[in-house]
Design a protein around this ligand. Structure first.
Ligand code: SAH
Length: 364
């Protein structure tokens, strides 16, 4: 029994069923017991591993991507380098190190970390203490002063609470969580249908809508349109909108029941990139992709980077680099190359950002 489970049961007992959206919000961001609020969930000892935690190459390549976009923006000084949900701060640390090859860019950077977890913000602070650039924190985009920006976000959108609707006898009903006869959490559907949802589907299908994601894409697009700049969003999800329940919970690298141990496991959902792209495009921003993470990283030079690092390292480290490279770009089971997708949102005045054209193999 977790402290949050107790609290949720009491809430439902007194106020009635809660929506999946509210459940996810409380499980992840409850000020005291929320999953991200109190712990470091990453790495081998944690619940899941992310691309920047797998290899320094991920953050380094994103740093070089940012430097190239900055050049195409006409080298504004200052420029904001914003990261969404930076976790341990590893991606930013690697990106800033890689940016050393372009001192002009590094000198122009003002780093903004958008983070809601005080525990993770403290870790980011410690890791980036010696980075040699000005760093500030914000909890939302609105708090970050106006100005041209380059925005990076890895596994940010998947952590935003989403709503689910279930098709029941020809009508959509919001998916809720109630207490069953044994007093345990159980999925249910709301009594009232949602007749304004026009999508048609077979009974039992689940439709997911991410209101927080849409709000965020509107804000992001509007900012890039008026202030200039580009954003890169990397996440696991699907390129086309479809039906299906994608809510999942991870604990110690294993899938668990999303209703088990709220606050003690990571709760995420697949990102509907097509839906996110529609909201960003509605602001007048230009959307690129999504493309597979494997193709994107290959296009921006992962193999060259892996080779450069391996040439300088011993055989053991070279093997490690090869494994990391394969995990990031491979498209097989357990690999991230096609499960994860990359999408860019940019001001229309900018040329196409790097990484969105397939690499053409050099002919022999
Ligand atoms: N980007 C990191 C961490 C991904 S986990 C990595 O790739 O390793 C999700 C991150 O987003 C965590 O840092 C979490 O605290 C943060 N987060 C979740 N919801 C958020 C929100 N609404 N605003 C800002 N940060 C959020």
């Amino acid at each position: 029994m977790t402290a949050l489970l107790d609290e949720l049961k009491m809430l439902i007992r007194h106020k009635g069923p809660i929506t999946v959206e509210r459940y996810m919000e409380l499980a992840l961001a409850h000020p005291e017991y929320g999953y991200y609020m109190s712990r470091d969930p990453f790495g081998a000892a944690g619940d899941f591993t992310t691309a920047p935690e797998i290899s320094q190459m991920f953050g380094e390549l994103l740093g070089l991507w940012a430097a190239e976009v900055w050049t195409s923006m006409g080298k504004p000084n200052p420029v904001q380098l914003i990261e969404l949900g930076p976790g341990r701060g590893t991606l930013m640390s690697d990106a800033l190190r890689a940016a050393r090859i372009m001192p002009e860019f590094r000198a122009a950077i003002e780093v903004w970390l958008m983070e809601t977890s005080p525990t993770l913000a403290a870790m980011q602070h410690e890791l980036l203490l010696d980075a040699g650039v000005a760093i500030a924190w914000a909890q939302s985009l609105k708090e970050i002063p106006q100005g041209p920006s380059i925005v990076l976000g890895n596994e940010f959108l998947d952590a935003l609470p989403l709503r689910q609707f279930v098709r029941v006898r020809g009508q959509w009903r919001e998916r809720t969580i109630r207490l069953n006869d044994a007093g345990e959490l159980a999925f249910d559907v709301a009594a009232e249908p949602e007749p304004y949802i026009r999508a048609n589907a077979r009974d039992g299908e689940v439709l997911e809508v991410n209101p927080a994601g849409h709000r965020f894409m509107f804000e992001l697009g509007a900012r890039l349109v008026t202030q200039g700049g580009a954003a890169l969003l990397v996440d696991y999800g699907h390129a086309a909108t479809g039906f299906g329940d994608t809510l999942q919970a991870l604990r110690a690298h294993r899938f668990v029941d999303p209703l088990d141990m709220p606050g003690e496991c990571d709760l995420t959902a697949h990102v509907d990139f097509a839906a996110m792209a529609r909201s960003a495009a509605a602001t007048g921003a230009k959307v690129y992709g999504p493309v597979d993470q494997g193709d994107f990283l290959t296009a921006i030079g992962l193999d060259l980077r892996a080779k450069a690092l391996a040439d300088r390292a011993g055989p053991e480290r070279a093997e490690e680099l090869k494994l990391a490279r394969n995990r990031l770009v491979g498209k097989g089971k357990g690999e991230m190359g096609s499960l994860f997708k990359v999408m860019a949102v940019a001001n229309r005045k900018l040329p196409e950002p790097p990484g969105f054209r397939p690499v053409v193999a050099a002919s022999a």
